[in-house]
Each structure stands twice: as C-alpha cells, then as structure tokens.
Design a protein. Sequence first.
Length: 69
Amino acid sequence: MAHITIDRDRCKGCYFCVKFCPKEIIRISETINAIGYFPAELIEEKADLCTGCGTCALMCPDTAIEVFK
C-alpha cells in the first residue's frame, strides 16, 4: 500500500501537489506552519486511494513530500 508524508514546516503552500494529484487526496491546511504558510496536508479519509504515483513529490519545489510504496 502506497502513502505519502508531507513536511509541514518545509511546505510553502504553492498548491502544485493539490492541483496535480490525480486522486485528489491532498488539500491545503487551515492552520499555518512554523514559517507562516498554509501547508499542504493529506486528506486522511482518502489516504487509501494513494497509488504512489509520485506526481505530488515531483511537482513539489520545496521537496516537502515523500512517497512510500
């Protein structure tokens, strides 16, 4: 089973992962991180839909996302 982790404090909330995730399992958090941005977060209810395609990590300019298969 694939899954992702997002480093909240590295993310600058660029929305690329949200926009390009084919399964729409990532959203922007409603709380700010340590550097003052609204970071991306995994939608826990949809986490099992992750295929591990890696698109989110590839699109992330801050290398804040890790994909595990």
